[in-house]
Design a protein around this ligand. Structure first.
Ligand code: NA7
Length: 570
């Protein structure tokens, strides 16, 4: 039954162990406590917050509007919490996570500064043994991975990487103490979301910044600004409806237009629609209208007018841009014109223009003054295609054209996404089989929630679920609620284990692959972390489920309503 452990009394025995105290782990702890489980959370950091604990780099902020990137489970919390900006900076999101931990008294069940190294299922006892880097072992009936999708930093194997005698930092593992970059010569390797957010802020502080760019990025203006009282009031008055819309939307966004203080009819979620990229930065004030026209239906002047009036985010309004390669290339062409409009030096502008891969292949990046930064006299762009990086030296970075001396070298080189944090743990299922082996050619899951051969193991926002393609807090809450209901169901029916069947898992794998077909995510020229393409030796498999948050929720709910179809309950 819920709350009882096989060997109650031993302090290391729990009903559930949760790995990670980010947004997923915190909410899972709260829910499992509510249904009477004895729970322990193991967290590597010294505090809660997950992504928002580790990613403290200058300029780090959410690219989803905060009024929607927040928990929905508690009405008082959402009414009382105050966000200061449309898209909040990292310290504020971390403060929110800490507030949640205090408010719901969560810390007493979290063990900090401890990393889970292994988790092994015992066929004889139907329990998990979880080992930590403090040489402790914990026993639990359920092992819940709240390890995050972007939590395993990728430090590329560049020749001489560890030789640098200055300060070397990774954006995803930034020190807690402030790093003073004033007067320093700084180099940034990488121009994804993290690099694009950090570069303008570092440039304003450093004496000189060198940006080492391998692939130019498509980035849309974030249009971030302070939140005004009317917008906040409109959201708070309509939160119940906003949250319900988010849950049944394509990407976890409500389509709420606070200026009209009503739910806009144009943004009625359409779970059947093939989604484009996650909608982000331009919300909530100007939400793209339903995509009925194609970009190719417009003549060139009309296209230019649309971009001039609304910026590049306007591409999200056209139904063909994310599905038709010709329309996509037309959009990219207009995008490159915008770079010319902002960047003064024509060579630098040319180097910054993304080419050869489609818009919508990678996760959309949102920026504040990214291109403008390259007009500063203290910023140098190093195009690694023209001037390849040879090695990192004791004093800086050596490219074909010469040495760049640096005091600080920042790796904005991303993450081993979606599977990295899970595979870092030695997870062993039935008969000692290893998850690392089972996933050697890409992850296999049922619904992104469970893995065949690994009973009572749950993966919150795991590969095969919408996770990174959505406003992730919406997806976290959905998974946590589903897992909690599932555990309560097992206990109510005096069942010990739940395990995905091999058939259900194979079908789901196929469905995940099928959903991504024909999108820019899987275009032949696309190499993204969604595909594992950023990690040397990682299998190229498109990992998240593209079918949309609303549709996915319905599938999960139907599975549960159907007696947990596709699972074996014992
Ligand atoms: P990303 O989006 O994976 O970006 C990493 C960047 O680092 C990207 O520009 C890479 O170039 C570059 N990179 C990686 N390895 C190298 C080497 N060896 N040499 C030069 N450049 C390299 O990570 P982010 O942290 O920016 O963002 C990840 C997610 O976090 C983001 O999508 C949001 O969801 C939040 P490449 O494109 O591989 O040529």
């Amino acid at each position: 039954m819920v709350g009882r452990t096989a060997e109650a009394g031993r302090l290391t025995d729990y009903d559930a162990v949760i790995v990670g105290a980010g947004f997923a782990g915190l909410y899972q702890l709260l829910r499992l406590r509510e249904v009477g489980l004895r729970v322990k959370v193991i967290e590597a950091g010294t505090d809660v917050g997950g992504t928002w604990y580790w990613n403290r780099y200058p300029g780090a902020r959410c690219d989803v509007p905060s009024m929607e990137y927040s928990y929905s489970f508690d009405e008082d919390l959402e009414q009382e919490w105050e966000w200061s900006e449309v898209m909040s900076p990292q310290p504020e999101i971390l403060a929110y996570a800490r507030h949640v931990a205090e408010r719901f008294d969560l810390r007493r069940d979290i063990q900090f500064e401890t990393r889970v190294t292994a988790a092994r299922f015992d066929d004889a006892t139907d329990r998990w043994t979880i080992t930590t880097d403090r040489a402790e072992t914990l026993s639990a009936r359920f092992c819940i991975m709240a390890t995050g999708c972007l939590s395993m930093s990728n430090l590329p194997n560049i020749e001489g990487r560890d030789r640098f005698a200055g300060l070397a930092l990774h954006t995803g593992n930034w020190p807690k103490e402030p790093v003073d970059l004033r007067g320093k010569r700084v180099g940034v390797i990488g121009t994804g979301s993290s690099g694009v957010q950090a570069i303008p802020v570092i440039a304003a502080e450093a004496s000189h910044l060198h940006v080492f760019q391998r692939t130019p990025v498509y980035t849309f203006p974030a249009n971030n600004r302070p939140l005004n009282d009317e917008i906040v009031a409109a959201y708070k008055a309509n939160y119940a409806e906003v949250r319900e819309r988010q849950r049944h939307s394509v990407a976890g966004f409500s389509g709420f237009n606070p200026k009209k203080a009503a739910i806009t009819p144009t943004a009625v979620p359409d779970a059947a629609a093939k989604p484009g990229p996650p909608e982000s930065g331009d919300t909530p004030v100007a939400k793209p209208k339903r995509r009925s026209r194609g970009l190719l239906d417009l003549d060139l002047d009309e296209r230019r007018d649309a971009v001039a009036a609304h910026g590049p985010a306007v591409f999200q309004r056209y139904r063909d841009v994310y599905t038709d390669p010709a329309a996509n290339e037309a959009a990219c062409e207009l995008y490159r014109e915008l770079v010319d409009d902002i960047v003064e030096d024509p060579t630098v502008a040319e180097d910054l223009k993304p080419k050869g891969y489609p818009l919508g292949c990678k996760r959309q990046v949102y920026d504040t003054d990214y291109y403008e930064t390259f007009n500063r006299p203290n910023v140098t762009l190093v195009d690694l295609h023209r001037d390849p990086l040879l090695q990192i030296t004791e004093t800086g970075v050596q490219t074909e054209s010469g040495d760049v001396d640096l005091d600080v070298l920042v790796f904005a080189t991303g993450f081993d996404a979606m599977t990295g944090a899970l595979e870092r743990i030695d997870i062993r299922g039935r008969g000692g089989r290893a998850l690392r082996d089972d996933w050697s050619e890409g992850p296999h899951t049922y619904l992104g929630l469970a893995v065949e051969g690994y009973p009572n193991l749950f993966t919150i926002t795991g590969p095969g679920s919408p996770s990174v393609l959505s406003n992730v807090i919406v997806s976290i809450e959905q998974h946590v609620d589903w897992i909690t209901d599932c555990i309560a169901h097992l206990d109510a029916n005096e069942l010990t284990t739940i395990e995905a069947t091999a058939e259900a898992q194979a079908d789901w794998d196929e469905r995940v692959a099928e959903a991504a077909k024909g999108t820019m995510y899987t275009a032949p020229s696309c190499a993204s972390w969604y595909l594992g393409a950023n990690i040397e030796g990682k299998s190229r498999v498109f990992m998240p489920y593209v079918g949309g948050v609303g549709r996915y929720r319905k599938i999960c709910d139907d599975v549960a309503a159907d007696g947990y179809r596709g699972f074996t309950l014992a």
